[in-house]
Structures are given as C-alpha cells and as structure tokens.
Design a protein around this ligand. Structure first.
Ligand SMILES: [Zn+2]
Length: 468
C-alpha cells in the first residue's frame, strides 16, 4: 500500500487512484527565463522518482509538467537581452532538457506551454465570468476570491487571516484586495493575444488550471510542486479549477521542502543562488541527483560542498560494488543456481522488501537509499571473498541492485566505448586539427569527455585514458 502525505489534509493517506492502476499527476514546471537552479532541481528530481516508483509498482502514469513561457520575468529578461519572449523561451526550454537529461529526469508525458494554450486559458476565464466567480474591468479579469468559501483550505489559513495581509495597489482596479488576476490587459511593448476582454495575456495561476483540465481532466490524482507554491499559487489553482468545473481539483497535494545553502536560506540577496549548470562544473549531474534523494522530500535539505562530496562517495561505493561483481562474474562457473546460492539470494532480496517499504511510506528515498547501501554491503561480503559462484547467481544479484537503482533513476549500465571506436574518433580529431577545423576537433574531445574518455596531447601524440 502506497501512502502519501497530503498537504490538503496534513496527513499521510493511503493512495487511492481515480482509475485503478492509473495515476494522473501534474507538476508546476519552471518559468523558462534562465537555467534552472537547485531549488527547481529538487521537485524535478523528486517527482521524477515518484513517477518512476508508481510505474515500478505497476501503475500507468500520465505526467504533465508545464513550462511558464510568458510572465513579467520572461518579458523583462527578453527586453534586457534584446530578443523576443519566444526566443528566450525556446532557448531555456532547450537548456532545461539538457540539464534534466543530465540529472536522469525523464521527459514528462506532456510538457505544455502557456503560450500554446491561450485558447483553453480564455475558455476557462470565460467559464469563471459566466458563473460569477470572475469579472472583467478595464481589459483585466480578476477572480472573485470571496465567492469561493473554501479558499485557504490548502494553506490552512482562514480567509480572514489572509485578508489581513492583502492590499490593493493604487493602480489596480479590482473589487476586493483578495481578488487575483486571471487576464492582464496589454501594456505597451508586451506580447499579447486577442481575447473577449481585449488584447492581453494570461495571469500566472490560470495556465495550470487550464492545462490540467485540458491534458488530464477536471479531477486529477496528484498535484505536486515546491512548498513555496502552496500559497498563493496552488490555493489559486484550486479556486479557479473547482469554481470552473464544480468538481474537486486534485485528490492529493504533494510538496517538497526548502533548500538551504550552507545552512542559510537560498536567496538572490545572499548571492547563494546556484543554477544546476553552475554546480555541474564541480560535481556530476548524478551526484546532484543522489544528494537530492538522500533526504526525505518533505524535509529541508542543506546544500553544501561537504554534503555533495559525501553523496559522491556514497554513489561511488554503490557503483564500485557493481563493477567489481561484473568483473568477478567473468571467472564464475556456468550452470544452475545452487541451493546455497538460492538462500543467499533470498537474503539479498530482503533489502528489496525494505526498499519498497520505505518508498511506499510517502516516498522515503532516504530510507530507500539506505536499503540499497545495505544490499551493497551484503553483496560485497558475499562476493568479494574469493569464493566461486555460478554466473547465474551473480547476475541475479546484479539485476536486483540495478532494479532498485533504476527506480531512483540511476542507470548503472555504462555506455562503454570500444577501444577501436575511441582510436577512430582520435584519428578524426587529428585530421580535423590538421585541416584547422578546431571547432570539430573540440566537439570530438567533448563527446569523448562526456563518455568518460580524457585526451592528453603529448609530444608523442594523443594519449587517452578513462576518467576516474
Ligand atoms: Zn501551477
């Protein structure tokens, strides 16, 4: 039984899908005006594991993660760079996929963009106006927050408390301080779309409501995102969707905890705001992933050099064990698994049970990783002692470890280049250099580097070695 902590009820609940053996999940994706930072990386990695885990447990998962490709930040950044908002979005969506792939994050089933769903957004706003939950004024459309008595149910704050902190800016024309914008009238120089209320663009919150509805339906199983999105973003999504559809929006809300940097809150003013692209200069993508999963997703996590180094050591210990076993296997015997081996294998499998128990319990990847470490420790004690085993047994043990690592998103199968392929590429690089095509030469060097091959130019020619 899979249990997840539901922010809506503030408790752990048994997961019961709407459709048996299926999961419809949505995660709020990044605003694509820059490389994504480690604060964004955490939900991206954690909810990738959630999806993988559901699949491992036999569910069919439809996972939607949007790209916010129009908002104030996008417009400001595009203006600074002298490019269009679309050019900015295209650039950083491509960069997103590079980092995500590096981090072992699979692409979502669908990655919709706000600007490609303006029609659905307009329909949703229209519906809300029709049923009295929204109103248009001066080309803007606002959500009438007090028309939704359940407002505040996710952040567990009564409307009166929220109201105390709300203000109307002098240039705003809304009825009530609690109301929030669904559609913004065009300002000079901004991208805009035609709408029944004049040229304009969507507010941020409405895009998620509209795209969830379009791609997953009126009610979904799980909505996830960072804890910082609970209020107002997710609260507003609930209000919009439940008022538009008169149905519950999401049965489970999952939120990951904050990231601190060297025990201080990550913030631009403290200048401790790292992009993933910065961090991979010193640590591999895999190490970042391992680090993020080494804590329970709801706990705060402290991002520091020391802890990344620890993650690096931990991951290496696991990989070394598997590499050793692969090496030892070559000298093992053919034939069937013996009775003694069968008992050993059953012992190893207890770690899989422990892994599942941990992951069933609100995706406890920290304990899941501990189970993998236990498995590795036991595999080392079984195999690294000079004893002879059958290849069949060794490969079962190896498969078991790989199975668990795969759920966490670590593929252990190394993409190994054959020596002659490496030599061929080096020869091609030499030719490129002779032809003064240094761009091509550098490309080849980088391709090899990405596959763990380091080149050294020596007076005697090019030497290569496998990186540690
Ligand atoms: Zn959202």
């Amino acid at each position: 039984m899979i249990k997840i902590y539901n922010s809506l009820s503030n408790q752990k609940e048994e997961f019961k899908p709407i459709i048996e053996n299926e999961v419809k999940m949505y995660a709020c994706g990044p605003t694509v005006y820059n490389y994504f930072h480690i604060g964004n990386a955490r939900p991206i990695i954690v909810f990738d594991v959630l999806r993988r885990y559901f699949e491992y447990r036999g569910y069919k998962v439809t996972f939607v993660q949007n790209f916010t490709d129009i908002d104030d930040k996008m417009i400001n950044r595009a203006n600074e760079e002298g490019i269009t908002v679309k050019e900015l979005a295209d650039k950083f969506i491509a960069e997103y996929f590079k980092d995500a792939q590096g981090l072992g994050v699979r692409g979502a089933t669908i990655h919709p963009k706000a600007t490609e769903n303006i029609d659905v957004i307009i329909d949703t706003v229209d519906k809300l106006i029709e049923n009295g939950h929204a109103y248009a004024v001066g080309g803007n459309v606002y959500f009438r927050t007090k028309s939704f008595p359940e407002y505040g149910k996710l952040s567990h704050q009564p409307l009166e408390d929220l109201e105390a902190g709300a203000r109307i800016d002098v240039n705003e024309d809304k009825e009530d301080a609690m109301d929030f914008v669904l559609w913004k009238a065009k300002k000079p120089g901004e991208p805009s779309w035609p709408s029944p209320w004049g040229e304009g663009r969507p507010g941020w919150h409405i895009e998620c409501s509209a795209m969830v509805n379009k791609f997953l339906g009126e009610t979904i199983d799980i909505h996830c995102g960072g804890k910082d999105l609970i209020f107002p973003h997710h609260e507003n999504e609930i209000a919009q969707s439940e008022c538009a559809n008169c149905k519950p929006f999401a049965h489970y809300w999952m939120h990951n905890g904050y990231i601190n940097v060297d025990n201080r809150k990550m913030s631009k003013s403290l200048n401790n705001f790292f992009t993933v692209r910065d961090v991979v200069k010193d640590f591999s993508y895999e190490v970042i992933r391992f680090f993020m999963l080494s804590a329970h997703y709801r706990s705060p996590i402290n991002f520091s050099r020391d802890l990344l180094e620890q993650a690096e050591t931990g991951l290496k210990r696991i990989k070394t064990c598997l590499e050793n076993l692969e090496f030892l296997m070559n000298s093992y015997t053919d034939g069937e698994i013996t009775a003694e081996e069968s008992t050993l294998l059953e012992n190893l499998k207890t770690h899989r049970s422990r892994f599942i128990e941990a992951m069933d319990d609100d995706l406890n990847t920290a304990d899941g990783i501990s189970a993998v470490f236990e498995l590795v420790r036991e595999m080392n004690s079984v195999f690294v002692n000079g004893k002879q085993y059958s290849k069949a047994f060794a490969s079962k043990a190896l498969e078991l470890a790989k199975e668990l690592l795969d759920v966490l998103g670590f593929s252990v199968a190394k993409e190994e280049l054959l020596d002659e392929e490496i030599e061929k590429m080096i020869a091609e690089r030499n030719d490129a250099r002779k032809a003064k095509d240094f761009k091509r030469a550098d490309e080849i060097r980088d391709t090899l580097k990405a596959k763990g091959i380091v080149l050294e130019d020596t007076p005697q020619g090019v030497k290569w070695r496998k990186a540690d």
